[in-house]
Design a protein. Structure first.
Length: 285
C-alpha cells in the first residue's frame, strides 16, 4: 500500500507508551502497543483504523510505506491529557512463492521493534466505525479471526462500560490456530473474562482441530454447534452482524449461514436485508 495512493489527510506525531507481548513465547508474536498522540484531539471509534507511515527506501520501490491497523481499545487519555491509541500487531513474515525467500513485513516488524518512548508518524482515523444500535434489545453477532479480535475488544468494552444496561445478546466467535494464539483470551492477557458475568455476553472459541498442521480454523463447527441460537438471532429484524479478520472467512460464513437458515436462497435474502439496513458490517483484509 503506497502512501501516495491513499487519501491520508493530516499526519500526526506519536510516541510509544508501552509495548507488551500478549502471546506465549512458543506462539507467533503478537504485541499490544499503546501510543500517545502529540495533539489535543484524536478521536476515533471501535471499528476504525489508524495509518502507520514508515519512511525510508523500501524494497517495494516507494519512499513511504503505509499500513492500516484497527484500534483495539476505546479512546482514553493519559495523565498528560493527550489521546492514546492501542494497537494489536502481529509480527509478519512472508515467503516469496517463486523464489522461496523470506521477507519481513515492513510495518509490523517496525512497530514490534519500537521501544518505549520511540517516535512514529500516524494519520487517520479511517473507515466506518462499528455503530452500536440505539435499541439496547438488539442482538449482536461478532465473528473475528486472528488479530480481527482487536475491534471487538474495543466494541465490547464500549458497550459495557460506556453504553451500559445492554439487554440484547452479544455472542463473540473467535477463531485461531490454537489456544496459544487466542488474543485477549489466553494466559498472557484475558480481557474478555471481565464480561463473563454479564448475562448478555458469551464468547466461543473456534480452533483448528490439529493446530500443528495447516488445517483451517474450525469457525464453521463453532457456529453450527450453536445453530439454534444463531438462527433465532438472524431471524430478529434488529440483529447486527460484525465480521473482522481475513476475507476468506466470508465464504465460510455464507456456507454455514445458508445451512442454518435452510437454504442458500434464504440466507441470500436475509444477508441482503442486513446489508441494506447497515446491519452487516465487514472489516476484512
Amino acid at each position: 500500500m503506497r502512501l501516495e495512493d491513499f487519501d491520508t489527510g493530516s499526519t500526526y506525531e506519536a510516541r510509544v507508551l508501552s509495548s507488551q507481548r500478549i502471546t506465549a513465547e512458543e506462539a507467533e508474536e503478537v504485541r499490544e502497543i499503546i501510543l500517545e498522540v502529540n495533539r489535543e484531539h484524536f478521536d476515533y471509534q471501535p471499528g476504525q483504523s489508524i495509518g502507520l507511515i514508515v519512511s525510508g527506501d523500501h524494497a517495494q520501490g516507494h519512499q513511504h510505506h503505509f499500513r492500516l491497523y484497527t484500534v483495539a481499545d476505546t479512546s482514553p487519555r493519559d495523565n498528560s491529557g493527550k489521546p492514546r491509541v492501542t494497537l494489536c500487531v502481529k509480527r509478519c513474515n512472508y515467503i516469496d512463492e517463486y523464489s522461496g525467500e523470506r521477507y519481513e513485513g515492513i510495518a509490523s516488524n517496525y512497530l514490534c521493534d519500537l521501544q518505549e518512548g520511540a517516535p512514529l508518524t500516524i494519520n487517520g482515523p479511517f473507515g466506518m466505525p462499528f455503530e452500536v444500535p440505539d435499541d439496547k434489545e438488539a442482538d449482536l453477532l461478532l465473528i473475528g479471526m486472528g488479530t480481527g479480535i482487536a475491534p471487538f475488544r474495543a466494541l465490547v468494552k464500549h458497550i459495557y462500560l460506556d453504553v451500559k444496561d445492554w439487554r440484547g445478546r452479544i455472542r463473540l466467535f473467535y477463531g485461531a490456530q490454537s489456544g496459544l494464539e487466542l488474543l485477549y483470551m489466553n494466559d498472557e492477557k484475558d480481557d474478555f473474562s471481565q464480561y463473563y458475568d454479564q448475562d448478555t455476553f458469551a464468547a466461543f472459541k473456534a480452533l483448528s482441530p490439529r493446530p500443528n498442521w495447516a488445517d483451517p480454523i474450525a469457525m464453521d463447527y463453532a457456529l453450527e454447534e450453536r445453530s439454534e441460537e444463531i438462527l433465532s438471532m438472524l431471524e430478529k429484524p434488529q440483529t447486527r452482524v460484525y465480521v473482522a479478520g481475513r476475507a476468506d472467512i466470508l465464504e465460510t460464513l455464507d456456507r454455514v449461514f445458508a445451512n442454518i437458515m435452510g437454504s442458500a436462497d434464504n440466507w441470500a435474502r436475509r444477508k441482503a436485508e442486513l446489508q441494506a439496513g447497515r446491519r452487516w458490517v465487514e472489516l476484512v483484509y
